[in-house]
Write a protein that binds this ligand. Structure first.
Ligand code: HEC
Length: 179
């Protein structure tokens, strides 16, 4: 009996340990995506009239947990958007209903099919820059130095650039903004 008790105790201790490890895992800094370094706005003046009203909707719904840069500059197209928008919709607290998701999907499908023609350029992101952003917890924290058109070349952020970089205009809420 005593042996059993000790075994149970040991088991509990191991479990407590693993719980702690898991908690530490979830406390990790949020993931940073290369797309986060690109522009966070879209000029919709060249969009079909019926898609333009989806832009403010997209801005409201899709910048709650990360900046709009992530969807604006992602390499997804066509049906990918159905997959990812629905994935986002099902995240706790997204506040995105099916009807709005469908509007955003159509909007992003048009954008990804036409954005190069509309003047969009893919952000150039080096591994060093990405690593610095992941250490800092967001792309905005280091994107000031990257935003000068030298992102790829001079991807050695100075120690102080991550500190002094103020988030660029209107990039929306930061990662804490989720309701
Ligand atoms: C409730 C929080 C939340 C909302 C709202 C949200 N996202 Fe996300 N998004 C995340 C998180 C967290 C990730 C990181 C990857 C993951 O956990 O799926 C992410 C990742 C992404 C990615 C990258 C996915 C990949 O794996 O490459 C895209 C693209 C994206 N979001 C687009 C959107 C769009 C479009 C909307 C609006 C329809 C949206 N997000 C709304 C939380 C959110």
């Amino acid at each position: 009996m005593k042996k059993l008790f000790i075994t149970a105790l040991l088991g509990a201790a191991v479990m407590a340990g693993s719980v702690r490890v898991n908690a530490a895992d979830t406390e990790k800094k949020p993931k940073v995506f290369p797309a986060d370094f690109g522009p966070s706005t879209i000029d919709v003046s060249g969009f079909p009239k019926d898609l333009q009203p989806a832009y403010p909707l997209f801005q409201n719904k899709c910048a709650q947990c990360h900046t709009l840069s992530r969807p604006v500059n992602s390499a997804y197209a066509g049906d990918d958007w159905r997959l990812y928008v629905n994935q986002m919709r099902h995240k706790p607290g997204s506040g995105i209903n099916k009807r709005n998701a469908d509007k955003i999907i159509a909007f992003l499908q048009y954008w990804s099919a036409n954005r190069v023609a509309l003047g969009w350029k893919a952000p150039v992101v080096s591994k060093t820059l990405l690593a610095a952003a992941e250490a800092a917890g967001s792309a905005t924290a280091v994107s000031e130095s990257a935003g000068k058109g030298e992102a790829g070349a001079s991807a050695t952020p100075h120690a102080d650039s991550a500190v002094s970089a103020t988030p660029s205009t209107g990039s929306g809420k930061t990662d804490g903004g989720k309701k």
